[in-house]
Design a protein around this ligand. Structure first.
Ligand code: NAG
Ligand code: NAG
Length: 392
């Protein structure tokens, strides 16, 4: 039959095209950079070629609760952020951030408030020309900055309201816009991420940015790696166990250091990993007692810890058990925890490959200026990971 003879080449052509698309799809790994108001700096565009998404942080959630809102204040504009990245990089607007939860609670309250919020967000995305949003509610259900002022019991309703808010956002934004969420890295903070809610949540989102950093914070009482391998695996596994597909999860990297004041005698023992800290926050108010801190690679090192940090950089070691770079400064009883470029690269075989995750993200790109050596390590880790995976 003549028609078959003519159709077969077309069939083969489209078949091979699909195969090629499939191979490309297999190669694709998300690489997301938060671009922050605190450090809005990027390296030259030629160093950003593998960055698939940039999330400008932040817009305040509260602005979307006012019906008919038409102005969208941010530290920069979507167009200005877009201009700093390659043409293929998707631009998302991150909404919220640590401590900025009231606007989300007000949005999630009922059907009417959820619709108002979602309609405003959709209008913002259209008017700014963004490719989508990243929802940074820290955290639905409680354990946020105000956890000592507002008990979690008063926020329990948010656990069911959160997926409803995401559903409303998806309905307003449509299937072609990106919607992601930044989600807690400590299981104790995953109040809204259960076997019941995670499948609902994932139905509306393109991916999750699992904040596998700040895994030691001032609510802790023993030393840990703040962005360590074991704790990161615990976080990732919790989302997988609750029903998230590994391909939809992005592993979080921190381009900043953290330090904590410890006791002396126990920490001076055989290992300072897991040794007691001093009391780091007021148990009643949650206020910072000034015994811990951190700074990004772009910040000036605070004078009071500069010498200690010098020792940490010079003499820090990698803990092969828990997976993390650390230094315990016996002179000042300070525990230092941060990722070196080497520690960043180890996460690819130890986490990305083992759990077959769909991508990485970092807080944040400008935090690594001016050297961008941690960003470079992340880029090299990614390409090494892709190569190893394709050779399988
Ligand atoms: C594309 O990949 C999917 C799964 O990754 C597979 O099921 C499908 O058969 C592939 N299609 C082609 C044309 O190779
Ligand atoms: C939703 O909450 C708002 C704000 O408290 C209130 O004004 C409104 O009446 C509520 N609507 C419904 C349908 O409950």
């Amino acid at each position: 039959m003549a028609s078959t003879r003519f159709l077969l080449p077309y069939f083969l052509f489209f078949f091979s095209l699909t195969m090629a698309v499939n191979l490309t799809a297999k190669r694709q790994l998300r690489c997301i950079m938060y671009f922050t108001g605190q450090h809005p700096v990027a390296p030259p565009i030629d160093q950003l070629q593998h960055v698939t998404h940039v999330a400008a942080a932040f817009m305040r959630p509260g602005i979307f609760n006012q019906p008919g809102r038409t102005d969208w204040p941010m530290f920069s504009t979507v167009n200005d952020v877009r201009a700093k990245f390659p043409e293929h990089t998707k631009v998302q607007v991150a909404i919220g951030g640590w401590g900025d939860t009231e606007g989300f609670s007000a949005a999630a309250l009922n059907d009417t408030t959820r619709k108002t919020f979602a309609e405003n967000v959709a209008r913002m995305v259209t008017e700014t020309g963004a490719d989508g949003i990243d929802v940074d509610w820290e955290y639905p259900g409680g354990n946020g900055e105000d956890y000592k002022q507002v008990p979690n019991s008063a926020k329990a309703w948010e656990i069911n309201a959160y997926p409803l808010l995401l559903a409303e956002l998806r309905a307003a934004l449509g299937p072609s816009k990106l919607i992601s969420a930044a989600v807690p890295g400590l299981t104790r903070d995953m109040l809204a991420f259960t076997r019941e809610t995670v499948p609902q949540i994932m139905r509306h989102l393109d991916f999750l940015n699992v904040m596998t950093y700040d895994l030691m914070n001032r609510r802790d009482t023993v030393t840990k790696h703040h962005t360590g391998v074991e704790l990161s695996l615990e976080a990732i596994d919790a989302y997988i166990a609750a029903g998230a597909a590994p391909e939809k999860l992005n592993l979080g990297f921190a381009f900043y250091t953290k330090y904590f004041k410890t006791e002396h005698d126990t920490c001076a023992g055989p290992s300072p990993v897991g040794c007691p800290t001093l009391l780091l926050e007021d148990p009643v108010t949650g206020a910072d007692l000034g015994r811990s801190g951190g700074f990004s690679w772009h910040d000036t090192v605070p004078e009071e810890v500069a010498e200690s940090f010098g020792r940490a950089r010079g003499h820090g070691v990698y803990d092969d058990q828990q997976g993390g770079f650390y230094y315990w400064d016996a002179k000042e009883d300070l525990w230092w925890t941060f990722d070196t470029p080497g520690a960043i690269k180890r996460k690819f075989p130890l986490i990305m490959a083992k759990r077959r995750l769909g991508g990485v993200f970092a807080w944040g790109l400008g935090e690594d200026a001016p050297l961008f050596d941690h960003f470079t390590a992340l880029s090299e880790g990614l390409s090494g990971h892709l190569k190893a995976r394709d050779e399988l």
